[in-house]
Design a protein around this ligand. Structure first.
Ligand SMILES: Cc1ncc(COP(=O)(O)O)c(C=O)c1O
Length: 436
């Protein structure tokens, strides 16, 4: 590191970045627009901590937005990556490691028989939709308000004026015709779902859903809602696509689908989308399903999909090492316990301070809202206290605790977080909430 870089402040780096990168960031939420202030430029990370350019240490509850389930720089993952790097960065030809990773994923996800590796969650979700459309010969797709499935054109949509109307683009550059087949419904609203299927069920190729919606902080699909969704998809021949980019290998070893399968007899999705943890912090994602559907993909079938860096040897080494480590006995029990300590610690601190807060968690993922109860859908998330969240975020950041910089985002605990880290976080929360 040069002296010049070591001396740089976050503010100086942000100004320099804004000259050459739109908004100074390569993904919008990093710019702190929702909470205000100067983004921290991270210099390095180890275990549960990140250090910014000014040398300030943070307890990290973002974990790269989910992938870092083992914490940063786990020695066994580092070893696997170093070995892979020595063997070559990328070949553009198949490798044994891709088979190993595919076998590992399928072992943990019994709903799927085959998996295709890609490089980002966006790419995986987009490809799963194309596959669903190709396999069913239908065009329409259903998504839910508040769920995020990456930035493919057909998914950047908000609800239309009525149930029968299709959505409007949420981004410039997406022509209305591109989203004319996308229907946006309210999360956890069974009546609306039934109405949509009654009107257009036989034209729907797929319904895509985050089973626990981490892109509206932390909202679970209710059991009645998921049960009815599965029934309606089956009845109408639409594919149920679970977007487990965030929840996969994170809320449980078998993802959120394993939790729903425990409560809904015979429950399984038709297609699953994965990312984040399966790459362990490297660009890697996947979509998976039964052989009969997956064999519609090129080169076997008519649905085209490809990628220069798909199944990259360094990324697969990182993902494989990560997946092996999270299968060690007791891993998820310990991670869940730690996350629960944090979740209960935060809501307990709020209760003591007389501040309404509701929290929830599963495995290594958590969420909390400044409001008296857990929201069930996006409008309810929007009704929580944003100003209080933003103040809390900055109070915690100043105290060395890095939470997600927007109230719509979930938080992540890693296996590297110690009981002391959680206690320090809860202590900081207690002081922040008491200060108002
Ligand atoms: C549920 C979900 N699906 C898809 C994506 C898109 O993944 P990526 O950012 O890797 O393109 C995300 C990203 O946060 C996500 O949370």
């Amino acid at each position: 590191m040069s002296t010049e870089h070591r001396a740089a402040t976050n503010q100086a780096l942000f100004e320099r970045a804004q000259a050459v990168i739109p908004g100074g960031v390569n993904s919008p939420v990093r710019a702190f627009r929702a909470v205000g202030g100067t983004p921290r430029f991270i210099a390095r990370a180890q275990g549960a901590y990140m250090w910014d350019a000014e040398g300030q240490r943070y307890i990290d509850y973002i974990g790269s937005w989910g992938p870092m389930i083992l914490g940063h720089g786990h020695p066994e993952v580092l070893g696997a990556v170093r070995k892979a790097v020595e063997e070559g960065f990328s070949y553009g030809a198949p490798t044994e490691r891709e088979i190993e990773l595919a076998e590992e994923i399928l072992k943990l996800v019994p709903s799927a028989e085959q998996v295709r590796l890609v490089s980002s969650g966006t790419e995986a979700a987009m490809s799963a939709i194309r596959l669903a459309r190709g396999a069913t010969g239908r065009a329409k797709l259903v998504k839910f308000e508040g769920c995020y499935h990456g930035h493919a054109d057909a998914l950047l949509v908000k609800a239309g004026s009525g149930l029968a109307t299709f959505g409007h683009p949420t981004s410039a550059g997406v022509p209305p015709e591109v989203v004319q087949h996308t229907l946006v419904l309210e999360y956890n609203n069974v009546a609306q779902l039934e109405e949509a299927f009654a009107e257009q069920g036989d034209e729907i190729a797929c319904v895509m859903i985050e089973p626990i919606a981490g892109n509206m902080n932390f909202v679970r699909a209710s059991i009645p809602f998921m049960t009815r969704l599965r029934e309606l998809c089956t009845h109408h021949g639409a594919l149920l696509v679970l977007d487990e980019v965030m929840t996969g290998f994170r809320v449980a070893l078998g993802g959120a689908q394993s939790l729903y399968a425990r409560q809904i007899p015979g429950f399984k999705p038709d297609l699953s989308v994965f990312g984040k943890v399966i790459g362990g912090g490297m660009p890697l994602a996947a979509f998976a399903g039964p052989r009969a559907i997956m064999s519609q993909l090129a080169p076997l079938g008519p649905v085209y999909q490809a990628g220069t860096l798909s199944g990259n040897p360094v990324a697969t080494a990182c993902g494989l090492a990560t997946l092996k480590l999270i299968q060690r006995p007791g891993f998820f029990e310990a991670l869940s316990q730690r996350t629960r300590e944090l979740s209960e610690g935060l809501t307990g601190a709020a209760r003591q301070a007389g501040v309404p807060m509701a929290g929830d968690c599963e495995g290594g993922m958590f969420g909390f809202f400044f409001g008296p109860e857990l929201p069930q859908n996006y409008p309810a998330v929007l009704a929580t206290d944003k100003d209080r969240f933003n103040r809390f975020f900055h109070q915690m950041l100043d105290a060395g605790v890095y939470l997600a910089p927007a109230l719509y985002e979930a938080g992540f605990v890693s296996a590297a977080h110690t009981a002391e880290d959680i206690a320090a976080t809860v202590g900081a929360a207690r002081r922040a909430l008491a200060a108002g």
